[in-house]
Design a protein around this ligand. Structure first.
Ligand code: DGT
Ligand code: CA
Ligand code: CA
Ligand code: ZN
Length: 607
C-alpha cells in the first residue's frame, strides 16, 4: 500500500471522527499521522513489514496499529466502523475546498444533504442560505469548488491537456537561461486522457523558472512551491507538476518522467542486469561513474537499446521488441496523404462547403479527401436520390478544384440495429468510399452488436468500418463488442477499420489498433471533420495508431490515390474464408505483416 493511500485513510478517519463528534485530540492525532505518512520519504508499508515502524516519529502506538492493519489486510476496522455512521456522500463534501467539518455537519444534519449533487442544488436554489453563517458569497464559492472537484475527478482529454502544456511551456522557454522545456508524462506518451501535466525544464538557475510557472496565466492555485519543483492546480482543474533539472541530467529526467511507470521498471531491471543504475539524474556504472544523461538517447544507448518512441513506452513488450531489433517504424502524420471521412453541409450537423473543405485540405497538403455525408437515418441525411445529386456535385467540384486535393465521392452510411445498411446496395455501389458506422442503439449486448457489425461488413459494399466502438470519451462507454470476431470478418471481407481522430472519439483505440495489426486488418486514420478546421485533427488519430504500434504500411490512407483506389475498388468477397484456426493466432503478429503486404495483390485479383 502506498503512503498516499495510508495517509488518505488516516485523514478520512480524522474527518469521520470530526463529523461524528469525536474527541478533538484524537482527531488531531490522526491528522498529524496522516501528514507524517504522506511526507515520509520511503515506503511506510515496507517499514512496517520490516519492523521499523518506530522510525515513523510522531505516530502513537494506537495509530501505528491501524497502519499495521492497513498494511496487513488492506483495510482497518476503526475506519469501517466510523464510515458506517456517516452516509458515504457526506465525506465527499469535505473534499470541497472551503467546506470544513462544521459546515458539512450543518448542511448534512440541518438540510439532509448527503452528496455533492444535492449540495449544488441547494446552492443554486438558495436553500443553502437557511444554514447559519452561509451567505450568497459562500454559496457561489461552493458552486465553484464543486466544478473544480468534478474537473479533478475526471482525466482531461489529451488535446486540451496539450493546449495547457504548450501555453505554460512557451512561458517557461522565455525565461532567461532556460535551455529546454518539455512536457513529459502521459502527455508525451500521447495517452488519450491525462491525469496531470509533468513539465520539465533544463537550466542552471531554477528560481525564475519556478516563479514563472507559478505565475502562469492559467494557474488557479499554487499547491506547493520549492526551489526546483512546484505543483499548481490550473483553473481548468488539471494539476501541473514542474521539475527543474541541471542541463546534464535533462535527458535522464525526461526519460524518467515520461514513464510509463511500468516501462521505467522494465528498463531499470534491464540496466541492473547490466550492472548499471538508471535514475532521473543519469546513468551510472557500478563504481558510480556517470555514463550520461544529458540526452534521452544516452539512457537507451547505455542499456544497449535503440531509442524507443514515447508512445510505445507502456511496458507492453517495447523493451523486448527493441532488444530484438523489432521496433515498428511508427506511422507519422506526414505519411498520411488523404482523409477518408469528411462531412460537408450535406450533413445536417456539419457546415462547410465542398470548396472550404478542399481549400483547408490543400493547405494541409492532403492529396485526396473523401466526402462522406450521413445517410438518411441520421436526421436530414441523404436518401438515395439526394445522394446521387450530391455525388454529382462532388464530381463537379473535383473537376473545378484544379489545385487538389482530389475529391472522392462517398457516404457515411448508418448501420441499422439489424446490421442492414440504411441505403440500398445499388445506391452505394458506385461510390469511391463507403464508411459504415453505428450512431444509435449502443446498449445492446456484445453478441448482438458483433452480429450487427459483421452483417454490415458482409454487405460487400463497405470499405471502412467507422468509429467501431461508438464510444465518446467521458460521456459514452464503448459498445460491448467482440473485436476479434469483427476483425476476423473485416479481414475476410477486405474492409478497413477506422481510427476516428476526433479527440473525444479516438476509436479504434490504441489497443484496438494493435489487435487490427495482429489480425492483418488495415486501418484508415480519418478526421470525421464536421468543419473544415477539423481536418487538422488527423494528428490525434496518428498518435493513437502509433500507440497501437502501427506502421505506415498498416494504414491505407498513406497510399497514393491510384493505389488506394485499387485497394478500395474491390469486388465483395465471393466466398468467406474459413475461420482461422486458433493456434495460428499466436504467430499472428509476425505473419500478418507479410500478409498485409501480399494482401494487396492476393485479395484483389482484379488489381
Ligand atoms: P497520468 O498523469 O495519470 O496521465 O499518467 P503519467 O504517466 O503522467 O503519471 P504520473 O504523472 O503519475 O507520473 C509521471 C511519470 O513519472 C510516470 O509516467 C513515470 C514516472 N513515475 C512516477 N512515479 C513513479 C514511480 O513510482 N516509479 C517509477 N519508476 N516511475 C514513476
Ligand atoms: Ca502525469
Ligand atoms: Ca504527475
Ligand atoms: Zn462521420
Amino acid at each position: 500500500m502506498e503512503n498516499a493511500e495510508i495517509a488518505r485513510v488516516l485523514s478520512e478517519i480524522a474527518d469521520l471522527l470530526e463529523l461524528t463528534g469525536g474527541n478533538t485530540f484524537k482527531v488531531r492525532a490522526y491528522r498529524r499521522a496522516a501528514q507524517v505518512v504522506d511526507l515520509h520519504p520511503t515506503s511506510v508499508a515496507q517499514a512496517w513489514r520490516e519492523g521499523r515502524a518506530a522510525e515513523l516519529t510522531g505516530i502513537g502506538d494506537r495509530i501505528a496499529e491501524k497502519i499495521g492493519e492497513l498494511v496487513e489486510v488492506g483495510e482497518c476496522r476503526e475506519h469501517a466502523r466510523l464510515a458506517a455512521l456517516v452516509p458515504p456522500g457526506v465525506v465527499d463534501l469535505l473534499r470541497l475546498e472551503g467546506m470544513g467539518p462544521k459546515t458539512v455537519e450543518a448542511v448534512w444534519k440541518g438540510l439532509g444533504i448527503t452528496d455533492v449533487a444535492a449540495l449544488e442544488e441547494a446552492c443554486r436554489s438558495g436553500r443553502i442560505l437557511e444554514v447559519p453563517r452561509l451567505g450568497p458569497t459562500r454559496a457561489a464559492a461552493i458552486v465553484a469548488a464543486i466544478a473544480r472537484l468534478r474537473a479533478r475527478a475526471g482525466r482531461m482529454l489529451l488535446h486540451r491537456a496539450l493546449g495547457h502544456a504548450d501555453e505554460i511551456l512557451a512561458r517557461l522557454r522565455a525565461v532567461p537561461g532556460v535551455r529546454q522545456a518539455e512536457a513529459a508524462g502521459s502527455v508525451r506518451r500521447r495517452k488519450e486522457t491525462v491525469g496531470d501535466l509533468d513539465l520539465l525544464v533544463a537550466t542552471t538557475d531554477a528560481a525564475p523558472v519556478v516563479r514563472a510557472f507559478c505565475g502562469s496565466a492559467g494557474v488557479g492555485q499554487v499547491l506547493s512551491e520549492g526551489s526546483t519543483k512546484a505543483s499548481v492546480r490550473l483553473k481548468a482543474g488539471l494539476q501541473a507538476d514542474l521539475r527543474v533539472v541541471a542541463p546534464e541530467s535533462f535527458g535522464a529526467a525526461l526519460h524518467y518522467f515520461t514513464g510509463s511507470k511500468s516501462h521505467n521498471i522494465a528498463l531499470r531491471t534491464r540496466a541492473m542486469k547490466l550492472g548499471l543504475k538508471v535514475s532521473e539524474y543519469g546513468v551510472f556504472d557500478r563504481e558510480g561513474r556517470r555514463l550520461g544523461g544529458r540526452d534521452e538517447a544516452d539512457v537507451f544507448r547505455a542499456v544497449g537499446l535503440p531509442f524507443i518512441p514515447p508512445e510505445l513506452r507502456e511496458g507492453t513488450g517495447e523493451i523486448e521488441a527493441a532488444e530484438a531489433g523489432r521496433l515498428p517504424r511508427l506511422v507519422e502524420e506526414a505519411d498520411l496523404l488523404g482523409d477518408l471521412h469528411v462531412h460537408s453541409r450535406a450533413s445536417n450537423d456539419a457546415r462547410s462547403e465542398l470548396e472550404d473543405l478542399a481549400r483547408a485540405a490543400r493547405a494541409l497538403g492532403r492529396r485526396y479527401l473523401a466526402i462522406t455525408d450521413h445517410s438518411r437515418a441520421r436526421p436530414l441525411g441523404l436518401d438515395a436520390a439526394r445522394l446521387a445529386e450530391h455525388v454529382a456535385a462532388i464530381r463537379a467540384a473535383d473537376r473545378r478544384e484544379a489545385g487538389g486535393p482530389r475529391l472522392l465521392a462517398g457516404v457515411e452510411v448508418d448501420i441499422l440495429p439489424s446490421g442492414e445498411l440504411d441505403l440500398p446496395p445499388d445506391a452505394l455501389a458506385g461510390l469511391d468510399c463507403v464508411v459504415a458506422s453505428v450512431h444509435a442503439h449502443f446498449d445492446d449486448p456484445a453478441g448482438r452488436n458483433t452480429q450487427r457489425l459483421e452483417r454490415a461488413l458482409r454487405s460487400g459494399v463497405v470499405h471502412v468500418l467507422g468509429h467501431p466502438s461508438a464510444r465518446e470519451i467521458g460521456s459514452r462507454e464503448p459498445c460491448a463488442l467482440d473485436l476479434e470476431g469483427v476483425l476476423e470478418v473485416a479481414r475476410e471481407q477486405g474492409v478497413a477499420l477506422e481510427v476516428n481522430a476526433m479527440p473525444e472519439r479516438l476509436d479504434l483505440t490504441d489497443v484496438g489498433c494493435r489487435a487490427a495489426r495482429a489480425a492483418g486488418v488495415p486501418v484508415v486514420i480519418s478526421s470525421d471533420a464536421h468543419e473544415a478546421s477539423h481536418l487538422a485533427n488527423l494528428r490525434y488519430g496518428v498518435w493513437v495508431a502509433r500507440r497501437g504500434w502501427l506502421e505506415a504500411k498498416d494504414v491505407l490512407n498513406t497510399l497514393p490515390l491510384a493505389e488506394l483506389r485499387r485497394r478500395l475498388a474491390r469486388s465483395p468477397r465471393a466466398a468467406p474464408r474459413p475461420p482461422r484456426p486458433k493456434q495460428r493466432a499466436a504467430r499472428a503478429e509476425e505473419e500478418t505483416h507479410a500478409e498485409a503486404h501480399r494482401g494487396d495483390v492476393a485479395r484483389h485479383p482484379s488489381a
